[in-house]
Design a protein around this ligand. Structure first.
Ligand SMILES: *Cc1c(COP(=O)(O)O)cnc(C)c1O
Length: 449
């Protein structure tokens, strides 16, 4: 059991103690209601982000955004600034950002991005000054969803503060920061963490989420409370945002275990490898595909965007054709058409081995050659490996009258001969089903008999 007065409450914490010696939130253990593992987690997340207080309550990144904005709104209200309702959001933002801002009662003002994918600082300056009397917040993602570290991030935060606003940082890309830099150090007032992305259920692996927020000291009083459990949140806290006082009991222990087992050094190493892996892919594929955005030194952060838009014209090949063909090569396709329509966003994280990264790059390079064959007119534009992908076992055993071999279709690489993933169905017409609802209920007649 944990000793309420001591900060190093067990083996796992000892393990971290050398790296994060003065966990400022340890006094929180005095709150007897907070389970020990959650107290650890709050302290660790505070240490990792540099924030004074953490709320584990929000159950998703989007809910963390909503909570963080409500906390900011409450801060302004307590100062008599009820009119501060303008929320600046860059065009590169995740769709949840404007949605959360609107739900928090704010008015969204868009900020332009430059050609390199960064926030257009001149536009930010102009809009912040224009709205200075009503400015509530800026929502900024760092590194940006374009996969670059905004070199101007400190200036960006300063501009917002100078004009009376608070900085909300979307921490979904924290996998590129943990152990290297901390949002609270370069100007964020609030930040959510997607534990299901960064700590440690694999990004894109699905499943339930958790989106705790961290806040600077001046916002701690407004952290969400709970109507049934005393001692949760700040003393002037906003109302609960979920029914459970500390969020998801099923996910938080996973993040606790991940942090405890990785330790400070391990977490930092994971961040470095995540950035290295993304740059490895960007570098290997650069001669074959355009990498949409890079930073000053020609590098990306922890993800890279492959621009497939030119192939629409040259070969009538779209991003979905490449995504489906990747299934034949044994890959679950990466994020498609976000944050830029017609592109693939690849985020390998630290979890993929070098062999796996090479296998992916080789598949992408081979697919590029398949596209080239269409561009050169050697292959039909409508009836080809990409348009017909993915290929199923049923295709294989049915009559074969395609302009390419069965082998090219299902065993495009030596690896696929060794370990083949067989898709069960052919392509389904993209979003058609989502947009054309069909009622599958049987009519009342069915019940008459
Ligand atoms: C995933 C993501 C979110 C939303 O997080 P959820 O947990 O899915 O609600 C917000 N912003 C960015 C940049 C993200 O990648």
């Amino acid at each position: 059991m944990h000793d309420e007065t001591e900060c190093d409450g067990g083996d796992a914490t000892d393990h971290l103690a050398g790296v994060w010696p003065d966990s400022s939130l340890c006094p929180r253990r005095a709150n007897q209601r907070l389970p020990a593992a959650l107290a650890d987690l709050e302290a660790w997340l505070a240490e990792i982000t540099g924030f004074a207080g953490i709320s584990l309550q929000p159950n998703a990144g989007a809910q963390g955004e909503y909570t963080g904005l409500l906390v900011i709104r409450e801060y302004h209200r307590q100062r008599g600034d009820h009119h501060r309702q303008v929320c600046l959001i860059p065009q590169s933002a995740h769709g949840t950002n404007p949605a959360s801002a609107v739900m928090a009662g704010m008015t969204v003002v868009a900020i332009a991005c430059d050609k390199a994918g960064n926030i257009d600082v001149a536009d930010l300056q102009a809009k912040a000054e224009q709205h200075r009397d009503n400015l509530a917040a800026l929502m900024v993602t760092y590194p940006s969803t374009h996969g670059v570290f905004e070199a101007e991030i400190i200036t960006i935060c300063d501009i917002v503060h100078t004009n009376g606003g608070q900085v909300y940082m979307d921490g979904a890309n924290m996998n590129a920061q943990v152990g290297l830099c901390r949002p609270a150090d370069f100007g964020a007032d609030v930040c959510h963490l997607n534990l299901h992305k960064t700590f440690c259920i694999p990004h894109g692996g699905g499943g339930p989420g958790v989106g705790p927020i961290g806040v600077k000291a001046h916002l701690v009083p407004y952290l969400p409370g709970h109507s049934l459990v005393a001692g949760v949140g700040g003393h002037q806290g906003i109302g609960a945002v979920t029914s459970a006082p500390w969020g998801s009991a099923s996910i938080l222990p996973i993040s606790w275990m991940y942090i405890a087992m990785m330790g400070g050094k391990g977490l930092t190493r994971a961040t470095e490898i995540a950035i290295l892996n993304a740059n490895y892919i960007a570098h290997r594929l650069a001669g074959h595909y355009d990498i949409l955005y890079t930073g000053q030194n020609g590098r990306v952060a922890h993800e890279c965007i492959l621009d497939l838009r030119p192939f629409k014209k040259s070969a009538d090949i779209g991003v979905e054709d490449v995504a489906k063909r990747l299934i034949d090569y044994g890959f679950h396709p990466p994020t498609m058409s976000w944050p830029v329509a017609g592109t693939l966003m690849v985020e390998p994280t630290e979890s993929e081995s070098n062999v796996e990264l090479d296998r992916f790059c080789e598949a992408m390079i081979a697919i590029r050659e398949e596209i080239r064959a269409i561009e050169m007119g050697r292959v039909d534009r409508d009836n080809n490996l990409l348009k017909n992908a993915p290929h199923t076992p049923v295709d294989l055993v049915s009559d074969w009258n395609r302009p390419y071999s069965r082998e090219q279709a299902v065993f495009p690489t030596s690896y696929t001969r060794l370990a083949k993933f067989w898709p069960a169905v052919n392509r389904i017409d993209q979003a058609f089903g989502d947009r054309n609802l069909v009622c599958s209920c049987v009519g009342m007649e069915a019940y008459q008999a």
